[in-house]
Structure formats: structure tokens, C-alpha cells
Design a protein around this ligand. Structure first.
Ligand SMILES: C[S@@+](CC[C@H](N)C(=O)[O-])C[C@H]1O[C@@H](n2cnc3c(N)ncnc32)[C@H](O)[C@@H]1O
Length: 315
């Protein structure tokens, strides 16, 4: 890890700050930077190389050129040093005039933002296009039926799930979480939601009594995750669905701070513990941008409609 002095020296150069302010507003090529900064190509390339070597920016090929952008996953102290310098210097005349020049040039070229980000929109910031907004929107199409949330905590997800469920049973072994969740349910006036104080390893539920069982970042807290998943499979009715959102296997000591009992799980392990179910699907998400860069793994599976039916004996 670089010393903070190295970070401040990197950010102590006026031209590099001009480059960073421009890249903060949008990813640019050397030619586009040249047009705005009115400096030689070698000077700009030299500054870009230093910023890239420090890990604050990166570049991706685009035709015969390369497009530079600020790294979301830059080392935490460097990223926060840049954020502070950026906020302190944003209003300075030089940077404000560079920003105006950039937008004039892009307008004169007749390229709209939409045209420029075609093919790379998934990497770009687009106002309002958050995972949260997408999740709230897609949730309207979900149907959870009789739903169980195992390790529901204090009900942070209740407002997302309850409207799409016929009933929602929140299960958690922490008296503090159950008390906070129960108070929330009462405050929201959600008659279809109830809390039960119990561990996931011993679900107080009848066999085949629910349509969806969810484990939302709770499996890593459960002492015996295989037993809890076995309980979920038992409680699901034929056709019922299991959703596990948990952490991928990792070796980050930071997990201790959050009281995890397990350092994440391998997808194969999750499948093995739910082998009585069918239609398994696992998705591993990209690493988080925030250090230490945990990764999430999602497992979905279905209880076969034949489950529980007496098998015909072979003749
Ligand atoms: C990070 S919280 C997740 C809360 C909630 N699912 C959410 O996404 O906001 C993890 C929860 O797992 C619960 N937990 C711990 N041991 C458990 C067990 N054996 N069975 C079920 N839940 C457990 C904790 O009490 C805590 O509320």
C-alpha cells in the first residue's frame, strides 16, 4: 500500500487534477483530453501513465484509441484522498472552465451522451439507474405466496417482500432483532407479517406449508447451514421455491467484525446441501467495489411437484 504522502504528491499536480476532474465527469480518450487541455499528447500521456500506475484510473480499448476512466475499485485511501481534493477544488475557475469546454466540444462534435456510451452503458453512471430502483421495480412482478424469511433480522427487506406475499413469516433467533422487527411490522400496520423467535436449523413450520423460503445474507450466520437448508426443503410445498443470497467463499478477516460464523460458501456446497430440491441455478456476482471486495452468490431451487407423492412400485 502506498503512503499517504505518495497519494498527495500524485494529486498535488495541477494538470493531473485537471485530467481527473474531466475524467470524473466522463471517460475520455487522450485526443479528447488534448482538445480540452490544449496540451501536447506526450505531456497528457505522461500524466495518465502516473495516474494509471497509482491505480486511480484505468483504460479500455475503443477502436484504435483507449478510453480512460476513474477506477471505482481504487485503493480506499487513494480514492478517498481524491474525493476530498475533488470536493475542495470543484469550484475553482480552471476546473469549471475545463468542464464548460468539454461540454462545448462534445456538443460541437454532435455526439450525444447516449451515442458515446453505446456498448459500454453497463459501466457508466446513469442518473437514477440504481440496483435499488431496479429491484423495487422488478419486485412488482414477483409472487411469493406463503413466504418465510429465515434470518430476517429487523425487517430491512419487509417492505420489498410483504406486498408480494400472501403471508410473510420472519424467523430469527436474536431477541433484539425480533423485537425491532415486530415493532416495525406494527408501525407499518402489516397484518400479513409475523415474527417468530427461532433458529433456522429448527423451523417451527409444518412440512410442505410454504411457497417460498428466503435466506437473505443470513446463511453465513447460521451455525449449521446444511441443517437450515434441509429444514427449508422440508417446509416447502411441492412447486415451492428456495432463494439463498449469501457470500461466496472468501478469506477476509473483516467478516469477523460482522459476526459471521462462516467465510462464505462455494456454489457446489449450496447445491449439495439442497440436493432434495430440483432446478438449481447459481449466479456469482462481481466483487463489490468497496474493500475487501466481498462477492455474493445466489442460489435458487424448486421443490419438485412430485416430491412427497408416493412412488409407484416397480412391477
Ligand atoms: C445480516 S443479518 C440479515 C438480515 C436480513 N436478512 C437482511 O437482509 O436485512 C443476519 C441475520 O441472521 C440471523 N441469524 C443468526 N443465526 C441464525 C440462525 N441460526 N438461524 C437463522 N438466522 C440466524 C441474525 O440474528 C441476523 O438477524
Amino acid at each position: 500500500m502506498s503512503a499517504i504522502g505518495d497519494h498527495l504528491r500524485l494529486l498535488g499536480d495541477e494538470t493531473r487534477l485537471r485530467v481527473l476532474h474531466l475524467l470524473e465527469s466522463e471517460p475520455l480518450t487522450v485526443a479528447e483530453l488534448q482538445d480540452v487541455l490544449d496540451l501536447g499528447q506526450s505531456s497528457i500521456s505522461g500524466h495518465l501513465a502516473k495516474l494509471k500506475q497509482a491505480g486511480l484510473i484505468h483504460d479500455l480499448p475503443e477502436g484504435s484509441a483507449r478510453r480512460y476512466r476513474i477506477r471505482e475499485d481504487a485503493e480506499a485511501r487513494l480514492r478517498s484522498a481524491w474525493s476530498s481534493v475533488r470536493d475542495l477544488s470543484r469550484q475553482e475557475a480552471q476546473f469549471a472552465s475545463d468542464a464548460r469546454r468539454l461540454s462545448d466540444q462534445l456538443r460541437n462534435r454532435g455526439t450525444s451522451w447516449v451515442d458515446r456510451v453505446a456498448g459500454s452503458l453497463h459501466r457508466e453512471y446513469a442518473p437514477g439507474r440504481t440496483w435499488e430502483s431496479l429491484c423495487h421495480g422488478l419486485q412488482a412482478f414477483a409472487r411469493f405466496g406463503r413466504c418465510i424469511d429465515v434470518g430476517a433480522g429487523d425487517g430491512a427487506m419487509i417492505e420489498l417482500i410483504a406486498p408480494q406475499a400472501d403471508s410473510l413469516t420472519c424467523i430469527d433467533p436474536s431477541p433484539a432483532m425480533v423485537a425491532a422487527g415486530t415493532a416495525k411490522v406494527k408501525a407499518l400496520g402489516l397484518d400479513s407479517v409475523r415474527y417468530i423467535l427461532a433458529p433456522g436449523e429448527q423451523l417451527p413450520l409444518e412440512d410442505a406449508s410454504c411457497d417460498a423460503v428466503l435466506f437473505l445474507q443470513s446463511l453465513q450466520y447460521i451455525a449449521d447451514p446444511a441443517a437450515a437448508l434441509g429444514e427449508a426443503a422440508r417446509a416447502l410445498a411441492p412447486g415451492g421455491r428456495l432463494l439463498v443470497i449469501t457470500l461466496l467463499k472468501h478469506d477476509f478477516a473483516e467478516a469477523n467484525r460482522y459476526g459471521h460464523r462462516h467465510s462464505g460458501f462455494a456454489p457446489e456446497e449450496l447445491k449439495r446441501w439442497t440436493r432434495t430440491l430440483a432446478g438449481h441455478r447459481t449466479v456469482t456476482l462481481p466483487a463489490e467495489t468497496r474493500p475487501p471486495r466481498f462477492q455474493t452468490v445466489i442460489l435458487t431451487a424448486v421443490k419438485s411437484v412430485d416430491a412427497g407423492r408416493p412412488r409407484r412400485s416397480a412391477k
